[in-house]
Design a protein around this ligand. Structure first.
Ligand code: FES
Ligand code: FES
Length: 217
């Protein structure tokens, strides 16, 4: 016979049910974030005919410069950036729109580059982490990540910085809740979220969280 655990007393929430609720909320926010990125990855002005199946030549505008690349037609934007253009700041982890490490900006909108064909990015402005800084100066959001030590291993950091950049571009003074939702599609395995939230708050002219206000990891 299967034993069903007693429900917690009225007015109390068990640790298990709390974590289950938090997990569902976080998952829902992440799913919505990924759906928005998938929408942004829809081709806008790419040519409508596609040749192949052999290698094809494409031109990508990356960080303000046109790059002529010879690729397999099935090459994703992430692969084209990393393996053909040598821009390895765009990271690969899941290759299925679940982690956000491959985030880039397409005409200022956040996209998971593992979910978009490089061919379809033609005609758009692609911005990678290598394109944020100017000679002699980092982007303010990069400076803020450094100030708040918002990284540990750093593998998720390019994606999180670009997601923060996109968020601040659309909403220059986001609330903490809006920051959490805006970054929900970017997973940090090292758990640096509080420092990341502080970096975005600071970059938008708002006070960082105090220790007592920080959400549990
Ligand atoms: S590698 Fe693209 S979302 Fe994970
Ligand atoms: S700093 Fe290591 S995965 Fe985020």
């Amino acid at each position: 016979m299967t034993m069903t655990p007693d429900p917690p007393p009225r007015g109390q929430v068990s640790r298990r049910s709390f974590l289950q609720t938090m997990g569902v909320s976080a998952a829902a926010a992440a799913v919505q974030a990924q759906a928005e990125r998938a929408d942004a990855a829809q081709p806008s002005s790419a040519p409508t005919t596609l040749s192949g199946p052999g290698p094809i030549e494409i031109t990508l505008n990356v960080n303000g410069s046109d790059r002529r690349l010879t690729i397999d037609p099935a090459t994703t934007l992430m692969e084209a950036l990393r393996w053909h253009a040598g821009l390895t700041g765009t990271k690969e982890v899941c290759d299925r729109a679940a982690c956000g490490t491959c985030s880039v900006l397409i005409d200022g909108r956040l996209v998971n580059s593992c979910m978009m064909l490089a061919y379809d990015a033609q005609g758009s402005r692609v911005t990678t982490i290598e394109g944020l800084a100017r000679p002699g100066s980092l982007d303010p959001i990069q400076e803020s990540f450094i100030r708040h030590d918002a990284l540990q291993c750093g593998y998720c950091t390019p994606g999180l910085i670009l997601a923060s950049k996109a968020l601040l571009g659309a909403n220059p003074r986001p609330t903490l809740d809006q920051i959490k939702k805006g970054l929900a599609g970017n997973i940090c395995r090292c758990g640096t979220y509080t420092n990341v939230f502080n970096a975005v708050l600071d970059a938008s002219g708002q006070s960082p969280l105090m220790d007592s206000e920080a959400p549990d990891a």
